[in-house]
Design a protein around this ligand. Structure first.
Ligand SMILES: [Mg+2]
Length: 171
C-alpha cells in the first residue's frame, strides 16, 4: 500500500514557475526551501543571480527559510548569500527541524509551504507536519549515491501510483 504522505500538494517545473500569489492567497506566509537541486545544482557552491533575485522578491510577501539535508558549510553559504535563516543537516523527512522552526517562529503549519525536489525527504517531511508540500523537477542529474537510491524508489512509486505526471504542472 502506498504512503499517501508521499503525494505532493502541488507540482511545478522549478522555483521560478511556482504560483506564489496562489500561496499568498491561501495565507501561506512562510516558505521553506530545499537547497540541492531545488535552488541550485549540487555543483554550484552559491546561489545564481536569478535565485537571489527571486528570493529577494519573495521576501516582500514571505519569510524565507532554507531547510537542507546538506552539510553546515554549504547551507551557511547559501543562507548568507540569500540573507535568510537556514537549517543544515535537517535529516528530512524527520520532524525535528520543522518542529524547531514552528516553535522558533511561533507559527502554524497551515501558514507554511515547503519546496523541494524529492518525495522521500522534502514532500514526506512536509506532509507529515501538515505543511503544504510543493514538488519541483530536479535541476540536474548530478546527485549523491544516497539520492540516486532514493530516486529509484521514487520513480517506481511515481509510475506505479501515478503520483504525478512529469511535465504536467499545477497552474
Ligand atoms: Mg534536494
Amino acid at each position: 500500500m502506498m504512503n499517501k504522505l508521499l503525494i505532493p500538494k502541488l507540482y511545478y517545473k522549478d522555483i521560478y514557475s511556482i504560483n506564489y500569489k496562489k500561496l499568498k492567497d491561501k495565507n501561506i506566509t512562510y516558505l521553506l526551501f530545499d537547497i540541492d537541486n531545488t535552488i541550485a545544482d549540487n555543483r554550484e557552491n552559491k546561489p545564481s543571480k536569478e535565485a537571489i533575485q527571486l528570493i529577494n522578491k519573495l521576501k516582500k510577501d514571505f519569510t524565507i527559510i532554507l531547510v537542507s539535508n546538506a552539510l553546515p558549510l554549504r547551507a551557511k553559504r547559501f543562507g548568507q548569500e540569500l540573507a535568510v535563516d537556514y537549517y543544515a543537516f535537517s535529516i528530512k523527512p524527520l520532524k525535528n527541524t520543522y518542529k524547531k522552526i514552528i516553535s522558533k517562529y511561533n507559527i502554524n503549519p497551515s501558514n507554511i509551504a515547503a519546496i523541494g525536489d524529492q518525495l522521500y525527504t522534502d514532500i514526506l517531511g512536509a506532509n507529515k507536519m501538515g505543511i503544504t508540500s510543493i514538488l519541483i523537477d530536479k535541476i540536474s542529474n548530478n546527485e549523491s549515491i544516497i539520492t540516486k537510491l532514493n530516486r529509484i524508489r521514487e520513480n517506481i512509486i511515481i509510475k506505479k501510483y501515478k503520483i504525478i505526471e512529469r511535465g504536467h504542472y499545477n497552474d
